[in-house]
Each structure stands twice: as C-alpha cells, then as structure tokens.
Design a protein around this ligand. Structure first.
Ligand code: FE
Ligand code: MN
Length: 361
C-alpha cells in the first residue's frame, strides 16, 4: 500500500514496502551505497532539519561594511600593536583551520558515511567552510595585509603547528580504503568525528574567537567581529552536526563504545585543551586587552567539559562555571535585533533567527 509521507510542508507518496526496505538499509556507515541520492524516506531527520537551518543562515562576507575597520587598522592612536597582532593571528589561524576542516569533511567524513541526508548536510558544512575562508580573504584584502605573513605565522609558530598536527594526523590516517567492518577502524572514524567537531571546532576555535570578540566589544574592528559572529553561528551548527553524527554512529555500532575508547576520547580532549592553553600562553596577549588570563584559560575548561558531556562522556574538570558570560551573550546573535540590517536579511528565513543551542556556547 502507498502512503503519503510528509517532510516539512511537502508531501510525497512512497511505496510502503520499498520505503521500509530503503529505510532499513540507511546507516551512518556500512549502509546501502547507490548512485541515486535517495533522501526519502528520511531516517536522520535532524540532518535534514539542520541542513535547512544552515541554508537559511547563509551570509556573504561582502555584505559586511569594512570602512571603519580599515580606518582603525591605519590609525595608531585607536588600535595598538597588540590588537593588530590579534587580528593577524585570527586571520592566519582560521585561514588554515577552515581549510583543514573542509578538507576532512570532503575526503574523510562525507566519503565514509552512507546515508544520503547525512551527505547532504555535510556538503553544506563543507560549503560553509568555503564561506569562512572567503571571509578571511575579504579581511586580508580590505586591510591590505600581506597573506604570506599570515601564512608564515601558521607555519612558524610552534604552538600553532602542534594544534595543526593534532587534527591533520587524525584526518590523514583515514584516507583511502578503510575497512569499516572492523571495530578498530570504526573507532578511528568516530575519533576523527570527535576531534574535528568537539575538540577543534568545538574547543580550539574558541581562544581566538574570544579574543577577536573582546575587541569587537570594545568597538574595535566591528566589521571583522561581525564576520566572526556569523562564523560562530555556523560553527555552533557544525559542532551539533558532528555531535549528532557521532552519537548515531555509536548507537548503530555499540562495539565501538568500549570503556577504553571512552577514556581515549577523554584523553584526546585533554590533549586538545593542553594545546589550546599552550597556544593562548604563547600567542594571545590576553591580559593586555582587558581580559584576565585566568578567566580565559578557565573558559577553555568550561567549553571542553560541555563538549564531553554532549557526547555522553565524563567531564575533565567538572562543575566549571562560565567565567566569561559576556562571551556567551556575544555569540548569541538572536539577542541583537539590528544584527541583520542590510542586505544580509535577504538570505534570512524566519527559522534562521532561532539558534537552538545558544546556551551551548
Ligand atoms: Fe568554519
Ligand atoms: Mn566549521
């Protein structure tokens, strides 16, 4: 018997028997591989919903006005060397990091997952990393920064090189043919998804995000800050995407979820936190822009614990209060009415104004 099937405001007629078979064959990994992009019947509703949310959040860097940022960049009496350094670090680090994330999605995660709606949302995720990379290009060209200088920073600063190696190793280990019937390889993939979503995008991005937004809060480089806020809104969806993917992968493959593996993931997060703190210590002049280093470092612990708990893992520190509540507020775009002024509003649908996990940051 045929049955009407509804997704959002669209209705489809599906052959019941075939639909049930297709549904049963949908898996995060090791599911049915077909040339058709069989989105229906949807199994992973969260993935389709998230795809719609992400699409409604579309933004273009050029919509952000940079005139004041350019004036400030040139004027020594408004911004000092430390503040300029933070902007250079932000641009340098994220130029590389966004590329690494996008590359891992395309060459590892989207390659390995089998359900079409998961591939759909991962395609959107990769696209958003392109938008972020493009926004950095826009900052570089607006301020007249030498891109080679930013690049060199990324290659020469040891604490950045270490952060970089931490994620790329997890990515390169999974290229090419991987037999995902083996628990060991499934764990490698789960770990990759955990590292990229929770450790990198979820934790290690936040040191620099916090620094740039702290300047924004002092009315310095508002255009750049605005782009970082849009980027952060996207990142919160990426973190949620990878968290859901991780949870469903575990649920479908309980052999992965051993106690040893859970401890391995907690140790991996501890390593990520250590690298981020070393980076903050080494590169971010926290104290000089009105932040207390202690609060800032504490903030990383706070975020890392939230990420672990989101994945059903025990926190590393436990009972950490958010030491920088203004930062959470700054990341919650919804609260600021005027934020969508200008052409950007044209991309907005009503749904995009709702960020579900605003307290997740
Ligand atoms: Fe990004
Ligand atoms: Mn991202």
């Amino acid at each position: 018997m045929d049955k009407a099937y509804t997704v959002g405001n669209k209705t489809f007629v599906l052959d019941q028997e075939k639909a049930e078979k297709a549904f049963a064959e949908k898996r995060v990994i090791n599911g049915r591989q077909s040339m058709c992009f069989n989105l229906l019947p949807l199994k992973y509703h969260w993935a389709y919903d998230l795809y719609k949310t992400m699409k409604a959040n579309h933004w273009e860097p050029e919509d952000v006005i940079m005139n004041r940022d350019i004036e400030q960049w040139k004027d020594q009496t408004i911004v000092n060397e430390v503040e300029r350094w933070i902007i250079m670090m932000g641009i340098g680090y994220f130029s590389a990091a966004e590329g690494i994330v996008g590359d891992n999605i395309l060459h590892v995660v989207r390659e390995q997952v089998t359900a079409p709606e998961l591939k759909l949302v991962l395609g959107r995720h990769a696209h958003e990393e392109n938008v972020h990379a493009d926004s950095l290009l826009y900052m570089i060209s607006s301020l007249g920064i030498n891109p080679h200088e930013c690049e060199a920073m990324f290659e020469d600063v040891e604490t950045i090189v270490k952060k970089n190696a931490f994620v790329t190793e997890a990515s390169h280990a999974l290229r090419g043919d991987t037999d995902l019937s083996l628990t060991e390889n499934k764990q490698k993939l789960a770990k990759n998804i955990f590292i990229f979503g929770q450790c990198m995008e979820g934790t290690q991005f936040y040191g620099l995000f916090g620094m740039v937004l702290s300047l924004y809060r002092q009315n310095k480089f508002r255009g750049i800050g605005e782009m970082f806020r849009y980027t952060l809104r996207d990142e919160s969806n990426h973190i949620e995407l990878f968290r859901n993917l991780f949870m469903d992968l575990i649920e479908e493959n309980p052999d992965v979820w051993t106690e040893e593996f859970q401890e391995e993931l907690r140790a991996t997060m501890a390593e990520a936190v250590k690298l981020e703190k070393e980076f903050i210590e080494d590169c971010l002049p926290v104290d000089s822009i009105g932040l207390r280093k202690q609060d800032f470092v504490h903030y990383i612990d706070y975020i890392a614990d939230r990420r672990l708990e989101g994945c059903g893992l025990d926190p590393l520190v436990g009972n950490v209060q958010n030491p920088l509540p203004w930062l959470a507020e700054m990341m919650d775009i919804k609260k600021e009415q005027n934020f969508f002024e200008g052409r950007v509003t044209e991309y907005q649908k009503a749904s995009s104004l709702e960020i579900e996990d605003d307290d997740d940051l």
